[in-house]
Design a protein around this ligand. Structure first.
Ligand code: URA
Length: 430
C-alpha cells in the first residue's frame, strides 16, 4: 500500500474526536504491520481511541484491517457445520475442555484455537499440556483432518492469524491501553473471524476475576463483539456470566483437567455443568442444530468418547495419571456460618503464585500447582473444616499465596446469602 496518509494526521484526528475513514484505518494497520508507523505513534493512537472511542463502522473497519494482515482459515469443506466459543477469561474457567467434545458429540465441529495464560487467568493450552504427551501445535491440514474425523480440535493459534493484533496487543499491554473496548473487541473478533468458524458464542465474564469488573462495561463489550461478528457473517451470541467467585472447585492446570473429566463422566460441580450445557446449547443453535439436547450427550458418555479421541489424536494419553503437586497446605474455616464471598481474583492470584500461571510469556508453569476449593459461596461451613487446599512443587511459594488470599472470603453467622446468578444476561443480534 502506498503512503497516502500521515500517521500524525490520523493521531490528531482521533485526539480531536473525529471519525477515521475506512481508508485511514486500513492504511494505519497495514503501515503499522510494515513498520512504517512507529510503536510510539501507535501507542498515541491507541490512547486516543481509549479516551475518545470509535463508532461501530470504525471498529468494523479496524477489525477487517487486522484480519487482512494475515491468513484466513476455511472450514467450508467439512461435512458438518462449525461453532466456536471464546471466553474473555476467568479463574477456574476450564469450560472449553468439556464443551468442545460435548458440542462435537452433538454433530457440530469445534475448531478451537486457544492460548496460554498470562497473569491470574489460566490458559486452555496450559491445562491440556498437563496431560502426558498432549501436543498443542497442529498444522492447518492436521486440524482439518481431526475436525472431520473426530469433530473437535483444541490447539495453538498459528502465527499467521491476525499478526497485526499480536504486535498491537503487546504494545497495549505496556501503554495502559488494554482496557479500550473498541481495541479489545477488534482484537478478539479479528482472530475468531479469521479462524473461519460459522458460528461463535462469547462468554463475557463479569466480576473481580474478569477483565470487565462491572456488568455495564461487560454488556458494552458483548454488544460490540456481537455486532462485529454479525457484520462479518458469523452468527454470534454472547452470554454475560459471573466471575466474582471461581468457576467450579479448582484453579490450576492438572486440577482443572481432573474436574473437566468429572464433568464428562456425568459428575462435577453444578456451576461448571450448568455453564457447559448452556454454552453448548447456544453453539448448537447458532450452528443450526436445535433438535439435540447436549445434557443427554454428557449423561450417556458420548461427550467422554469424543474427549478421549480428541486427546489421543494430539498425542495425549487420556487414561494416564495427571501430575500432582509435591506439597499441599490446607486453610480451614475460622468460624461456623455461611460462606458469603470467595473472591475470584484473589484465588486466581494465589494459584498463579503457587506456580499455575506465568508472569512472563517465557515462564514455565507447574502442571500440578493451584488452589482447590472445598466450599463455595452459599455453603454452610463449620469452624476447622477445610476451606481451601493450596498445591505447589515449590513450598517457598506458600507464604505469597497466603498473602494473596488475605481477606478473600467472608463467613456470616447472620443474614441469608443472596446468590448471584451464574448466567447474568444474553446478547444477540436480534
Ligand atoms: N484478549 C484478546 O485477545 N485481546 C484483547 O484485547 C483482550 C483479551
Amino acid at each position: 500500500m502506498s503512503e497516502n496518509f500521515d500517521a500524525v494526521d490520523i493521531i490528531r484526528a482521533k485526539r480531536d474526536r473525529h471519525e477515521l475513514s475506512g481508508e485511514q484505518i486500513a492504511w494505519t494497520i497495514d503501515a503499522y504491520t510494515r513498520g512504517v508507523i512507529a510503536d510510539e505513534q501507535m501507542a498515541a493512537l491507541a490512547m486516543a481511541i481509549l479516551l475518545n472511542g470509535m463508532d461501530r463502522r470504525e471498529i468494523s473497519d479496524w477489525t477487517a484491517a487486522m484480519i487482512a494482515s494475515g491468513e484466513r482459515m476455511d472450514f467450508s469443506a467439512l461435512s458438518r457445520p462449525t461453532a466456536d466459543k471464546h471466553s474473555t477469561g476467568g479463574v477456574g474457567d476450564k469450560i472449553t475442555l468439556p464443551l468442545a467434545p460435548l458440542v462435537a458429540a452433538c454433530g457440530v465441529a469445534v475448531p478451537q484455537l486457544s492460548g496460554r495464560g498470562l497473569g491470574h487467568t489460566g490458559g486452555t493450552l496450559d491445562k491440556l499440556e498437563a496431560i502426558p504427551g498432549w501436543q498443542a501445535d497442529l498444522s492447518n491440514q492436521d486440524m482439518l483432518t481431526q475436525l472431520e474425523a473426530i469433530g473437535a480440535v483444541i490447539c495453538a493459534a498459528g502465527a499467521g492469524l491476525a499478526p497485526a493484533d499480536k504486535r498491537l496487543y503487546a504494545l497495549r499491554d505496556v501503554t495502559g491501553t488494554v482496557e479500550a473496548i473498541p481495541l479489545i473487541a477488534s482484537s478478539i473478533m479479528s482472530k475468531k473471524i479469521a479462524e473461519g468458524t460459522g458460528a461463535l458464542v462469547l462468554d463475557v465474564k463479569v466480576g473481580s476475576g474478569a477483565f470487565m469488573k462491572d456488568a455495564a462495561q461487560a454488556g458494552e463489550l458483548a454488544r460490540t463483539m456481537v455486532g462485529l461478528g454479525t457484520d462479518a457473517g458469523v452468527r454470534t451470541v454472547a452470554l454475560l456470566t459471573d466471575m466474582s467467585t471461581p468457576l467450579g472447585l479448582t484453579a490450576g492446570n492438572a486440577l482443572e483437567v481432573r474436574e473437566s473429566v468429572e464433568v464428562l463422566a456425568g459428575g462435577g460441580p453444578a456451576d461448571v455443568v450448568e455453564l457447559t450445557v448452556a454454552l453448548a446449547r447456544e453453539m448448537l443453535v447458532a450452528a443450526g442444530v436445535d433438535d439435540v439436547d447436549p445434557a443427554d450427550a454428557l449423561a450417556d458418555g458420548r461427550a467422554m468418547d469424543v474427549w478421549r479421541a480428541m486427546i489421543s489424536a494430539q498425542g495425549g494419553d487420556p487414561e494416564a495419571a495427571l501430575p500432582v503437586a509435591q506439597e499441599t497446605q490446607q486453610i480451614t474455616a475460622g468460624a461456623d456460618g455461611v460462606l458469603t464471598r470467595l473472591d475470584a481474583l484473589q484465588v486466581g492470584v494465589a494459584a498463579w503464585r503457587l506456580g499455575a500461571g506465568r508472569a512472563r510469556k517465557e515462564d514455565l508453569v507447574q502442571a500440578g500447582a493451584g488452589v482447590e476449593l472445598h466450599a463455595k459461596p452459599g455453603d454452610t461451613v463449620t469452624a476447622g473444616q477445610p476451606l481451601l487446599t493450596l498445591h505447589t512443587d515449590t513450598p517457598e511459594r506458600f507464604s505469597r499465596a497466603h498473602e494473596a488470599l488475605d481477606g478473600a472470603w467472608e463467613i456470616s453467622t447472620a443474614g441469608a446469602h443472596v446468590p448471584t446468578p451464574l448466567i447474568m444476561d444474553r446478547v444477540s443480534a436480534d
